[in-house]
Ligand binder design. Structure first.
Ligand code: NBP
Length: 475
């Protein structure tokens, strides 16, 4: 075969990725789709790509130069397993199968092991940036073996987004590391979007702004520390009028936010790993709440007396900006904490600074902020958490008073700001000298003899709660 790389699955993501590959020097791209009509349409619409079109899976495999490399872009789950099996039956030792879909990283770990035993390389590769990224440059998060990475690197580097002259791709770690990191990326994206949405709600309901003036506020914020793709598109969304009503588009969009599952996965894994990724959790729950129409109707009609909304104090916009930034620091710190915990659990050697760098371009959470995160981890690779790094500590201290004012006002006004509030609570808990966990542990000892440790000496203890209440050594 003559093709240097192949793409299977030519829905929107696969077609765009194939076109991206074809547009770069050195790649000849074979394409295949279960339904041939899609292959034909793609090849017809893009003669410039010089695609090698295959009608059958056998033709596709035959069209690839050895060692073969194929990227799968089909529906995650059973479809991906089916396509992997079709390829694996035909591929030979040393060939590489890449899954670019949104796979559950546990599936990726399983698939990598199965294929390794059959002499094949399997690379689960997180791809961020949606359709646009796939076409013009995504952020790429490949896992799998070092050998496979070395073989794939030139093609992946050729198509990745570029940030500060560096391609947004790095070998994340072995087997499922890439899909794990992609999952956490999406979780952070949920938190970031929720925080922006809360800032919008506060500025609108307390600050008295309309969407058009808010578009200006976000556009201005985009010139500072908060500069990011999500802030930029927020300004654009708020500036958009609806053709039918002539009013702001945001006002005619039903207030229910959907999701496709990676946010839920992130929180499930955070729970399993014992990482308090509370901002991501609040974001996932807030979307679920928005979709609970029945509950919203029932409670809204029960409580029609809502608190009076106070007038915004002077400097409210600046306060909200500071609160947003501080909350964002906490949310990202939690996300990176989760990656570190996942790496420890699964034996991945993940360079957190490199992850921040490959997220600077191509993906949805791309932002100036990620440079600071990369610098913090480069500065101190063993940094326990971003919040403890001097740069972020100073940012949080600078915004702290404003953050408290905003959360207090939100509570008083009855404007829900769960991610702002829980990010602040997370910071306060971590910074506290003592936590009420001591009381919880005593309660546990009371009803379940779960024992406790003491602050003043080593050992494990139990109080005879139902006896004479003396303390006994329990270890
Ligand atoms: P879809 O997820 O809608 O999948 C459609 C493709 O899967 C079609 O090419 C279809 O072939 C193929 N397919 C299915 Br379904 N079952 C198959 C099977 N059993 N055997 C062979 N092919 C099968 O496509 P997409 O929206 O382009 O997404 C592709 C992947 O990328 C997904 O995993 C998705 O989660 C991920 N994704 C990522 C982003 C992102 O921002 N990173 C965005 C969107 C999607 P057919 O034409 O014959 O039906």
């Amino acid at each position: 075969g003559e093709a240097t790389i192949g793409v299977i699955g030519l829905a929107v993501m696969g077609s765009n990725l194939a076109r991206n590959l074809a547009s770069r020097e050195g790649n000849t791209v074979a394409v295949f789709n279960r339904t041939t009509a899609k292959t034909d349409a793609l090849v017809e619409e893009h003669p410039e790509a010089g695609f090698v079109a295959a009608e059958t899976i056998d033709d596709f495999v035959a069209s690839l130069a050895t060692p073969r490399t194929a990227i799968i872009m089909v529906q995650a789950g059973a479809g991906t397993d089916a396509v992997i099996e079709q390829l694996a039956e035909r591929f030979e030792e040393g060939d590489i199968i890449v899954d670019g879909g949104n796979a559950d990283f546990h599936d990726t770990i399983r698939r990598e092991e199965e294929l390794r035993e059959r002499g094949l390389h399997f690379v689960g590769c997180g791809i961020s940036g949606g359709e646009e990224g796939a076409l013009n440059g995504p952020s790429l998060m490949p896992g799998g073996s070092k050998e496979a990475w070395e073989a794939l690197a030139p093609a992946l580097r050729s198509i990745a987004a570029v940030a500060q002259d560096e391609p947004c791709v790095t070998h994340v770690g072995s087997d499922g590391a890439g899909h794990f990191v992609k999952m956490v990326h999406n979780g952070i994206e949920y938190a970031d979007m929720q925080l922006i949405a809360e800032s919008y709600d506060l500025l609108r309901r307390i600050g008295g702004h309309d969407p058009a003036s808010l578009a200006d506020v976000y556009a201005e914020w985009n010139g500072g520390d908060l500069e990011s793709y999500l802030i930029e598109i927020t300004a654009e969304v708020l500036r958009q009028d609806d053709a039918e009503t002539g009013g702001p588009l945001v006002d005619v969009i039903l207030d229910r936010a959907g999701s496709k599952g990676t946010g839920v996965w992130t929180v499930q894994n955070a729970l399993g790993l014992g990482v308090p990724a509370t901002a991501i959790g609040e974001a996932v729950f807030a979307r679920a709440l928005s979709c609970s129409a029945e509950h919203r109707d029932a409670v809204r009609s029960t409580f029609s007396d809502r608190p009076d909304v106070p007038t915004a104090p002077d400097g409210f916009e600046d306060d909200v900006r500071a609160a947003l930034y501080a909350s964002k620091v906490v949310a990202y710190a939690q996300g990176f904490d989760l990656i570190r915990a996942g790496a420890e659990e699964h034996g991945w050697d993940i360079d957190l600074g490199a992850i921040a760098r490959i997220w600077r371009g191509g993906c949805i959470i791309r932002a100036r902020f990620l440079d600071r995160i990369a610098e913090a981890y480069d500065d101190d690779p063993s940094l326990v958490t971003l919040l403890a790094h001097p740069y972020f500590a100073e940012a949080v201290r600078d915004g702290e008073a404003a953050w408290r004012r905003v959360v207090a006002l939100a509570v008083t006004a009855g404007v829900p700001a769960p991610a702002f509030g829980s990010a602040l609570a997370s910071y306060d808990a971590l910074a506290s000298e003592r936590l009420p966990a001591a009381l919880i542990q005593a309660q546990r000892d009371f009803f379940g003899a779960h024992t406790y440790r003491r602050t003043d000496r080593d050992g494990v203890f139990h109080t005879l709660w139902s006896g004479d209440r003396s303390e006994v050594a329990a270890d």
